[in-house]
Design a binder for this molecule. Structure first.
Ligand code: GLN
Length: 552
């Protein structure tokens, strides 16, 4: 095999101009995908400007899903996109928050780690950021690291990351580039794409001592030649380095569009590199599968984190949504997800019987008591009416509670999370977790990250995975109470996945003789579902749902 020529590590900083929420994460992921397809080892990093030490303590309604890495680090949902687009795991070194960096510097200062020096944001904090970027490169062996700086230019709170990036560029001038993801509005009344905000954002970035090398022009429409010329003339950025990124239906089209616009070649040329190969084949295949999928699969997702004012926020469950999509597309199906707010069962606004109109039901993770009785009632309906069911974390715990109450004769069974005095704590808390809660130690203290499990031969789970040893990502405090396992097993529940020491229940299912597809996991399989590597549990669920619609 020909050895790859070694290159000095390259860094691309992706910054946001004009406003947030225009797809910086997807842009970063897509740049990663196309560079990877050219034969480079690529890694993606993110810095979030907030003071939370990680994303674990943030309410999903406010901030969207908390994504968990193998290492157990709780991160922003963008890290999920990074892993999905690159089809590889990201090390914990790839995620930073302001809080994480500051805490580390302050802890070091308290331990006299700076040996009496005056500890300053610019130098000590910027050095800490740069050190972490190098640590990430060392860990991943990346030749090109694309680093997304959260927030928008002009904010006070991400300035320290920009400063670190500027310093890195000063030290490695040929190895660092900047890409600004900007927004170009097309105001309805004017009916024309306006470029001024972008021109101003470029200028504002230059006030930090940073000149952007490229602009990704996010807009409703594709930017035209005239406007490229205008931006180019006012900012000095070559027209070919202003890349159109109009609104599109699916985020997975973005790498293909970028590739068609020659973005990877422009980036590589900037670093004086040549593509080593040309291969977006598998990605294109996935995109075409997604486009050609026809058979509508109606899936109900019953959850708790939807309402924010008058809006429905599906952001809290992105990984679940994407996992369902991947498995469906590869099977020629197009999922139509419907969001059911569990509270509406409790208020009587919704009826359980509607659930028979779906090909399958998913109950994703969650915390606390709101909507819980609604979910338990829905699981009962799904179990009794033999509708395919996939429970994820809380979705497993609540399925166990429902089964305990209605099949194992354990009236009033509950999780101690919701009812600490329940007569039958079928879901309880492990002693080490109890101590953490008693000390109000909430940050990064759940059972987190990758844990191995062993599957029972012949079970739904073992058949889905096609193997007996698995390892999946967790994020929870509570567990199936070992004291009730016998009782539940006798009543017909199968604990088909357990921890290697047999102590913890990782998968619960019903035998196919009693239900065509009822399975739930204590872990979150959605965190490991990838477009080019759909997750076996979701695929098994989709297959069951397709069968169920055929039967109806
Ligand atoms: N609230 C449950 C626990 O802490 C489930 C968590 C989850 O669904 N991620 O164990």
């Amino acid at each position: 095999m020909k050895r790859k020529k070694e290159i000095r590590p390259k860094y691309i900083f992706v910054v946001g101009g004009v406003m947030s929420g225009v797809g910086k994460g997807v842009t970063t992921s897509s740049i990663g995908t196309i560079l990877q397809s050219k034969g480079f080892n690529v890694s993606l990093m993110k810095a979030d400007p907030y003071l939370n030490v990680d994303a674990g303590t943030m309410n999903p309604v406010e901030h969207g899903e908390v994504f968990v890495l193998d290492s157990g680090l709780e991160t922003d949902q963008d890290m999920g996109n990074y892993e999905r687009f690159l089809n590889k795991d990201m090390p914990k070194e790839n995620y930073l928050t302001n809080g994480m960096v500051l805490k580390c510097v302050i802890d070091r200062e308290r331990a006299l780690g700076y040996q009496g020096k005056c500890v300053e944001p610019v130098y000590h904090v910027t050095e800490e950021i740069i050190k972490r970027i190098h640590a990430s490169v060392k860990k991943s062996g990346a030749e090109i690291t694309v680093f997304e700086i959260g927030g928008t230019i002009g904010e006070y709170q991400n300035a320290i990351f920009l400063e670190a990036a500027r310093l890195l560029k000063m030290r490695h001038p040929g190895d660092v580039m900047f890409i600004m993801v900007s927004y170009l509005p097309v105001p309805g009344k004017i009916g024309e794409m306006k470029t001024k905000l972008t021109q101003n954002a470029v200028r504002q970035l230059s006030s930090y001592g940073i000149n952007t090398d490229m602009i990704i022009a996010r807009s409703e429409l594709s930017i035209d030649k005239k406007r490229k010329e205008k931006i180019s003339m006012t900012t000095g950025i070559a027209e070919e380095d202003i890349i159109a990124a109009p609104d599109i239906e699916s985020i997975y089209d973005v790498p293909v569009n970028f590739e068609n616009d020659g973005l990877s070649e422009r980036i590589l040329a900037h670093f004086g590199l040549k593509p080593r190969q040309k291969d977006l084949k598998n990605w294109r295949k996935f995109v075409s599968k997604a486009k050609s999928a026809k058979k509508i699969l109606k899936i109900a997702v019953i959850g708790k984190y939807f309402d924010t004012g008058d809006f429905v926020l599906a952001d809290a469950y992105v990984s679940v949504i994407e996992a369902i999509k991947f498995s469906s597309y590869w099977r020629g199906a197009k999922p139509k997800l419907e969001w059911i707010n569990a509270k509406e069962y409790e208020t009587g606004k919704r009826k359980y019987s509607e659930l028979k109109n779906y090909a399958g039901v998913v109950v994703p993770g969650g915390f606390g008591s709101t909507g819980v009785e609604g979910i338990i009632g829905a699981i009962k309906y799904v179990r009794e009416n033999k509708i395919p069911y996939l429970g994820l974390c809380y979705g497993m715990q609540l399925a166990v509670i429902e089964f305990a109450r209605n099949k194992a004769g354990l009236k009033g069974a509950h999780t101690t999370e919701v009812d600490p005095d329940t007569k039958h704590p079928v879901i309880g808390i492990m002693s080490e977790q109890k101590d953490k809660l008693a000390q109000a130690n909430y940050g990064g203290s759940m059972r987190l990250g990758e844990w191995p499990a062993v599957l029972r031969a012949g079970s739904l789970a073992a058949k889905a995975y096609g193997e007996k040893k698995i390892s999946e990502r967790h994020r929870h405090r509570y567990e199936v109470n070992p004291e009730y396992v016998d009782n539940l097993t006798k009543a017909g529940m199968v604990f088909s996945g357990v921890s290697p020491d047999g102590r913890l229940c990782e998968v619960a299912e019903l035998p196919v003789s009693t239900h065509p597809f009822f399975i739930a996991s204590q872990f979150h399989p959605e965190f490991k579902a990838r477009p080019l590597n759909p997750h076996p549990l979701f695929t098994a669920f989709v297959v069951a749902a397709l069968k169920f619609t055929k039967r109806k």
